[in-house]
Design a protein around this ligand. Structure first.
Ligand code: URA
Length: 211
């Protein structure tokens, strides 16, 4: 089994937008716009090694063989509900991708993930999965989502978040050392309610304006 990998996306544009998102005075529309922009930038990093195939095209001057990606082979899997905030930006960059959803809620007392929804495209064994959840906090939801996804036998799985807590990374890679994590920041830790600190608060509330 390969060693756990954490890809810290340090590009200044990503870091700048993340800083703006963390600010508590940021409006819902501003937060959402920034998340959309940061998703596109992160998609660029995450898909760096995506497979291409050569096709024949014709330029105004001559025929040539040129590379294209097969977007349909990619599945973005949103962990509801905050994962949906990542989707638009990712789909802007890979418009042919399929989308799956996993519904999990955190039991507020135990912080354990409980599944209530799971819907994936067919033929998962032919597809590369990119799991989306802005916050890798305790890691319990991420562990449970990837466990379920592995039952569908996809070609590969990678996990993308905006912020990760060290506790979440340890928990996640304790269960899934074979799944690389892409994150824009690794914060100090978790508070007593399981929130990432300094963090950005409740990502779902900030995306959907439900606070
Ligand atoms: N989920 C969130 O939305 N924020 C956190 O800080 C932790 C989990």
């Amino acid at each position: 089994m390969s060693l756990p990998q954490v890809h810290h996306i340090t590009h200044p544009l990503v870091q700048h937008k993340l800083t703006l998102m963390r600010e508590k005075t940021r409006s819902t529309s501003g937060f959402r716009r920034l998340l959309n922009e940061i998703s596109m930038l992160m998609a660029y990093e995450i898909t760096r090694d995506i497979g291409t195939q050569m096709i024949e095209i014709e330029t105004p001057l001559e025929k040539m063989q040129a590379p294209v990606i097969d977007g349909k082979k990619t599945v973005f899997v949103s962990i509801l509900r905050a994962g949906n905030g990542f989707l638009d930006g990712m789909l802007n960059v890979v418009p042919g991708a399929r989308v799956g959803h996993v519904g999990l809620y955190r039991d507020p007392k135990t912080l354990v993930a409980v599944e209530y929804y799971f819907k994936m495209p067919s033929d998962m064994h032919e597809r590369d999965v990119i799991v989306l959840d802005p916050m890798l906090a305790t890691g319990n939801s991420a562990v449970a989502a990837v466990e379920r996804l592995k039952e569908t036998n996809p070609k590969s799985i990678r996990f993308v978040c905006l912020l990760a807590a060290p506790e979440g990374l340890k928990n996640f890679h304790g269960s899934h050392p074979d799944v690389p994590v892409y994150t824009a920041a690794i914060d100090r830790g978790l508070d007593e309610h399981g929130y990432i600190v300094p963090g950005l608060g409740d990502a779902g509330d900030r995306i959907f304006g439900t606070k």
